[in-house]
Design a protein around this ligand. Structure first.
Ligand code: CA
Ligand code: CA
Length: 305
């Protein structure tokens, strides 16, 4: 398979190119365009970061302007509508490309644990496995998440985008409250009211955190748990969420001109169904190359006020 990973990029050249054109279909009427439910996150200041990991240091004051954030992660059903509306190429039978960039992977990569593909191709159309329609889309790259935002923006005339990691952390933690997990500071049983993490039912047996009991082995339908104070669901857990921010190893250096283009990686936040609580604080940072696709990373949309 053509895995999107630095070590695998070399192998990409050896993958046979099976180009399968999926043609664009008739445009939808405005009344048929579904837009995400969003909440207005009020502007304000907060202390970003934590001392829990090196890349979250130093804690520093950040002011975030008011913006809109989707209450839920983008679902498989929503993403499939996008895939069926654009001209994609399928390479190596599984890697979905759009405008030369890998946006999706039809086959599980990375953290699988018997994961079954949730989106598949049949008769030239992308479809969602029955029952998985309202689960968060994963196996989507940063390129795929940003392409989706551009596609929806073009359809609606509204400037959808990914949140920055400052916006994401501010919104997840409930603003200046800066809660450790979205909705609570409690790492015990109560956390399972708010988040789908690697609980006692988790598919990754060795990583199970027995005190948690959210009931989901993999992802859960979006919005299955309690929202945080802003009305946002699944900011902690379910699927990590791509942000529109480049990743650097700490907050000390705001820019890094010496970084080579091939080293570019983007931030994702929030943790997923494979994580234990202490690894996925609202301040915890993760990153990968923009073409990286895995079963634990999805996204949600933001929009300027
Ligand atoms: Ca779980
Ligand atoms: Ca999430």
């Amino acid at each position: 398979m053509c895995r999107s990973h630095p070590t695998a990029l070399f192998l990409l050249g050896f993958c046979s190119l099976l180009l399968l054109g999926i043609s664009a279909h008739k445009p939808l009427k405005n009344s048929e365009i579904k837009e995400p439910a969003m909440v207005l996150i009020p502007g304000g200041a907060f202390k970003m970061g934590s001392n829990d990991s090196p890349d979250s240091k130093p804690i520093h004051k950040v002011f975030v302007r008011a913006f809109y954030l989707a209450t839920k992660e983008v679902t498989n059903a929503e993403f499939v509508e996008f895939l069926n509306s654009i001209q994609t190429e399928i390479r190596n039978g599984e890697d979905v490309f759009f405008k030369g960039q890998q946006i999706y992977d039809l086959i599980c990569d990375g953290f699988c644990s018997d994961w079954e593909a949730e989106i598949y191709l049949q008769d030239g159309r992308f479809k969602v496995r029955t029952g998985q329609e309202h689960h968060p889309v994963t196996l989507v790259s940063w390129y795929g998440a940003t392409a989706y935002a551009k596609w929806l923006s073009k359809r609606t005339g509204k400037p959808y985008r990914l949140p920055t990691e400052e916006e994401w952390e501010y919104a997840a933690g409930g603003g200046s409250a800066h809660q450790k997990w979205a909705g609570t500071n409690n790492s015990g049983k109560k956390l399972s009211q708010y988040a789908n993490l690697c609980d006692q039912a988790c598919a990754v047996k060795n990583w199970r955190y027995q005190i948690l009991n959210d009931g989901y082995a993999y992802t859960a339908p979006v919005g299955s748990f309690k929202p945080n104070k802003f009305g946002l669901y699944d900011m902690t857990g379910n699927a990590h969420e791509w942000c529109n921010s480049r990743y650097y190893g700490s907050y000390i250096i705001p820019d890094h001109p010496s970084q080579k283009p091939e080293d570019i990686s983007y931030v994702f936040r929030g943790g997923s169904w494979i994580n234990k609580p202490t690894d996925v604080l609202t301040s915890s940072r993760f990153s990968a190359e923009p073409e990286y696709c895995t079963t634990v990373v999805g996204f949600r949309l933001a929009k300027n006020k």
